[in-house]
Design a binder for this molecule. Structure first.
Ligand code: URA
Length: 214
């Protein structure tokens, strides 16, 4: 059937066609299924006390084949209510800056280090980060992004296992387990310091460019 179709195309002068293979479709389904299974696991997680105050855990969302993954600190009130990452004011700013690079939020994957909202939006403790990190590691393994763009000092600390001064270290490209890490400011910081928006945009643009380069 496919051969006949290709012969007809050749007869009318088309020598090359792009076909999505069964394998890539299959991979997609597998990844979605694996992420769904991971989601079930995190909804039941009681490894740290953050489960006590959550409405729901927030796994993350986006393209399961993303080359670039944004990683924030933890869900806030809006995210906890809606079950989606970065949908409040900070999230809207992040979405706007992603779009300013000429891309759509849906092309990438967005997640957090901690999957449950800390009470009063406090920063998760190192212990709470450590308890949740294996879920993020599993998520990274499934999505397999080339670049991780870490939003804020808390996300950077979870990866680097040391305190990070994000205003000093932002924009740096580091290697982590065979992937590139780009540290940047948290969008919530920009809401308090709007003059720094250009810096966050610069880092997001860098992350996009590196992720999409060959
Ligand atoms: N801040 C974060 O770090 N993550 C979210 O999902 C929302 C706000």
């Amino acid at each position: 059937m496919v051969d006949k179709y290709l012969r007809v195309l050749k007869e009318i002068g088309i020598d090359e066609v792009f076909m999505e293979t069964k394998k890539s479709t299959g991979d997609n389904i597998d990844k979605t299924k694996l992420l769904e299974e991971l989601n079930k696991e995190i909804q039941e997680c009681k490894k740290c006390d953050l489960y006590k105050n959550r409405k729901q855990a927030v796994l993350g969302e986006g393209n399961p084949n993303a080359k670039l993954m944004f990683v924030g600190e933890a869900p806030g009130a809006d995210e906890d209510r809606l079950g989606r990452p970065f949908v409040g004011r900070a999230g809207q700013l992040l979405t706007r800056l992603i779009e300013a690079t000429g891309h759509k939020r849906e092309e990438f994957y967005i997640a957090n280090v901690n999957k449950c909202r800390p009470p009063g939006n406090r920063t998760p403790t190192p212990w709470e980060q450590e308890a949740c990190f294996p879920f993020l590691e599993k998520q990274i393994e499934i999505i397999d992004p080339k670049v991780l763009c870490l939003l804020g000092a808390a996300a950077a600390r979870a990866f680097l296992k040391r305190p990070v001064s994000i205003t000093k270290e932002r924009g740096e490209v580091l290697n982590w387990e065979g992937r590139k890490l780009i540290l940047t400011l948290h969008p919530a910081y920009i809401l308090r310091n709007p003059s720094a928006e250009e810096l966050l945009f610069e880092d997001i643009k860098k992350a996009v460019d590196i992720a999409l380069s060959d």
